[in-house]
Design a protein around this ligand. Sequence first.
Ligand SMILES: Cc1cc2nc3c(=O)[nH]c(=O)nc-3n(C[C@H](O)[C@H](O)[C@H](O)COP(=O)(O)OP(=O)(O)OC[C@H]3O[C@@H](n4cnc5c(N)ncnc54)[C@H](O)[C@@H]3O)c2cc1C
Ligand code: FES
Length: 333
Amino acid sequence: MEHRITIEGGAQFSVCAEEDTLLRGALRADVGLPHECSVGGCGACRFELVEGEMATLWALAPGLTDRDRKRGKRLACQSRPLSDCTIRVRCDDSYLPVVAPARWRARLEGRRMLTPDMSEFTFHVPSRAQFRAGQYALLYLSEAQGARAYSMSNLPNSEGLWQFIVRRVPGGAGSNALFDSLQIGDQIAMDGPYGHAWLRDDNARDIVCVAGGSGFAPMLSIARGALAQADKRRVHFFYGARTQADLSAAAELDELAQQRLNTSIVLSSPEPSLPWQGATGFVHAEVERALGAPLDQHEFYFAGPPPMIEAVQEMLMQKHRVPYNQIHFDRFV
Ligand SMILES: Cc1cc2nc3c(=O)[nH]c(=O)nc-3n(C[C@H](O)[C@H](O)[C@H](O)COP(=O)(O)OP(=O)(O)OC[C@H]3O[C@@H](n4cnc5c(N)ncnc54)[C@H](O)[C@@H]3O)c2cc1C
Ligand code: FES
C-alpha cells in the first residue's frame, strides 16, 4: 500500500506505507528533501505537516528542540505517513541522492578487531555494492530502537561487500549489539547509501581527510578512493585518536599508495606510561600547523563527533575562508 505525499507548491511522490519514512520515500522518488544524519540527531530534515496523518517514530529525537515541537515541526527521518499527506518544506536539488538508496538484507560475513574498542564488520548483499567513497548506510539491529548510521570504510565493489568500522560505545544499544550479539551468518536489514561527504572527482586539488575517533571509517574510504585513481592528487590524512591503544587502526593506511599519502596522528589523551613522540591535542590545530596557509588550495573531508566537526568547520570557513564547495563533512550525532 502506498500513500501520496504532496509538497505545498511543489512535487508529489509516493511512500510505501509498510517500510518508508517520509525521508526515505522522498529520496527514493528523487525529491531533494533536506537531510544529513537520517537518524533523528541533526534536525536538517524538519518539516511541517499541513494535512494528513503521520506517525512519529522517535518522539524525543534530539534533532527537534522544545520550541520546534511547540511550533509543530517534525523530522522527516522519524516520520512515517499513515495517510495521503500535504507537507511544507523547502526542497533543494543539492540533497538529491548521488546513488539511489535501497533496502537490503545484509549477512554478516566477517569481523576483524582493529583496536580494543574498534572492529571492522563486513556485510554481504546479493547485489553490487553501489555507493560513493565517504557515504554511510543505516543498519537495523533488533536490540536497538530505530536505525544506526555507519559509514562504509571500503569502496564500491561487484562482490556486494559493505564494510564498516565501528567503535563500541559504552552502554550503546546498536554498537554493542554488533560486537556482542550478531553472529557470522546472521542477517539484518540495511538501507543506503546516504551522505553528502562523498569523494569529488571534478577537481585536481590535493585532499585533506580529518578523522576524529570512529570518523576513521569514511575517511579511510575517501583515501582509498582517491589513491586508487590514476591522478596526481595527494592525500593528507589526519587522525585524531585518544590514546596509544587507538594507533593500530591507522595501520589500515599502510596498504595505500604511500608516495601520495601523508599521515599525521594526533592523540588527545596519550597514556603517560607509554611511549609517544607524535602530536598531542586537538586534531584541527594539527591540520592548521602541518599544512600552513593558505588552506584554500585543498579539498577538505572530515568526519567525527560534533565538537570536532564544529572546530574544523570554524577554522576552515571563518579563519581561512575556504570556499564552502571545498568542504565536505559528516557529523556523527
Ligand atoms: C552519518 C553518521 C555516520 C556514522 N558513522 C559511524 C561509523 O562509521 N562508525 C561508528 O562507530 N559510528 C558511526 N556513527 C555513530 C553511530 O551511528 C552511533 O551513534 C554510535 O555507534 C552509537 O550508537 P549506539 O546504538 O551504540 O548508542 P545509543 O546511545 O544506543 O544510540 C545512539 C544513536 O542511536 C540513535 N537512537 C537512539 N535512540 C533512538 C530511538 N529511540 N529511536 C531511533 N534512534 C535512536 C540516535 O541517532 C543516536 O545517534 C555515525 C553516525 C552518523 C550520524
Ligand atoms: S536527517 Fe533527520 S534529524 Fe538528521
